[in-house]
Design a protein around this ligand. Structure first.
Ligand SMILES: [Zn+2]
Length: 259
C-alpha cells in the first residue's frame, strides 16, 4: 500500500506484486487448515482461472498453451497467432519486438519432452536426493518431539501416583495436570505440523506429480486444444520461454505444480 500523500499521491494506491515476488514464510503460526486442504483449494482456484488469451470465435480455447507460457524477457503471457495463409499457428509475445516466437506445435513437442524427462527423473529417484537432507532434519525434529511427548506423559502418570499417595491435594493435582495437558496438546500439534512438512517434501508429493504427468502424456495426443490446455495445467504451473532470435533455438524453464 502506498499511503495518501506518499510519492506525491493525493489518494494513495495499491501495487499488486506478481506471484513470484510474494514472500512466503513457513511456520510463523499454528496452521488453521491443513497443508493438504490448502493446496487442494489453490489447485481448484488455479484450474478455474480463465486463460489470459482471447478465445476463438465460438468462445473456444484454441491455444493449448493458453496462460501457461510466459515471455522470459517481459513477463507477459505468450499468445497464439494463427496464419491462414501459412496454415500454421505461432506462439508470440504480445510486446512488440520483444522475443522471437515459435511454431506452436514445436513448443508443444518441447513441453511434452520436458514432462517425460521430469517423469523419468522422479521414477529414477534423482529428484528425491535433493530433498533428503531437509527430510533428515525434519525427522530429527519429529524424534525430539515424540520424546518430549513421552516425557510429558510420564510426568502426568507420576502426578496421578502423587494424588493417590495423597502427596498432592486435589487442587494442586488439577492445577499441575492442566499445565501438563496444555503442554501435551501443544506438543502434539507441533508433531502434526512436522509430519505434514515431511509429507510435503517426501515422495508422496513427487509420486502424485508423476502420476499426473503420466495421465497427461497418455491423453494429450488426440485431445482438443481446450482439453490439452486443461491437461497441461494439471502439472505445469508456468513455462518461461527463451529465444534469442528467430534463427536460434528456443528453450523452456518449466515450474511444476507443487502438489
Ligand atoms: Zn516479451
Amino acid at each position: 500500500n502506498v499511503r495518501k500523500g506518499e510519492n506525491g499521491s493525493p489518494t494513495g494506491y495499491q501495487i499488486e506484486n506478481s506471484p513470484d515476488q510474494v514472500i512466503l514464510v513457513k511456520g510463523v503460526h499454528q496452521p488453521q487448515v491443513s497443508v493438504e486442504a490448502y493446496q487442494k483449494c489453490i489447485n481448484v482456484c488455479r484450474s478455474r482461472s480463465t486463460p489470459s488469451v482471447k478465445k476463438g470465435i465460438h468462445g473456444i480455447v484454441r491455444n493449448p498453451l493458453a496462460g501457461i507460457v510466459i515471455c522470459s524477457n517481459c513477463g507477459s503471457r505468450m499468445q497464439m497467432q494463427h496464419s491462414t495463409t501459412k496454415g500454421s499457428s505461432t506462439l508470440l509475445c504480445t510486446t512488440p519486438r520483444c522475443m522471437a516466437g515459435v511454431d506452436i506445435s514445436r513448443a508443444e513437442i518441447a513441453l511434452l519432452d520436458i514432462l517425460r524427462a521430469k517423469l523419468e527423473e522422479i521414477r529414477t529417484g534423482q529428484g528425491k536426493k535433493q530433498q533428503d537432507s531437509a527430510l533428515a532434519e525434519l525427522q530429527k525434529s519429529v524424534q525430539a518431539t515424540e520424546k518430549n511427548i513421552q516425557s510429558l506423559k510420564k510426568q502426568q502418570n507420576k502426578l496421578y501416583t502423587l494424588l493417590e499417595q495423597e502427596v498432592y491435594s486435589i487442587e494442586v493435582f488439577k492445577e499441575r495436570n492442566q499445565v501438563l495437558t496444555q503442554k501435551l496438546t501443544h506438543t502434539k500439534e507441533q508433531l502434526k505440523t512436522l509430519q505434514d512438512q515431511i509429507d510435503d517434501i517426501s515422495n508422496r508429493k513427487a509420486e502424485r506429480l508423476a502420476q499426473n504427468i503420466e495421465h497427461v502424456l497418455a491423453n494429450y495426443e488426440g485431445s482438443s486444444p481446450k482439453e490439452k490446455n486443461r491437461l497441461l495445467k494439471t502439472v505445469v504451473e508456468k513455462a518461461l520461454y527463451f529465444r534469442q532470435s528467430r534463427t536460434s533455438p528456443f528453450a523452456f524453464d518449466v515450474t511444476f505444480i507443487n502438489m
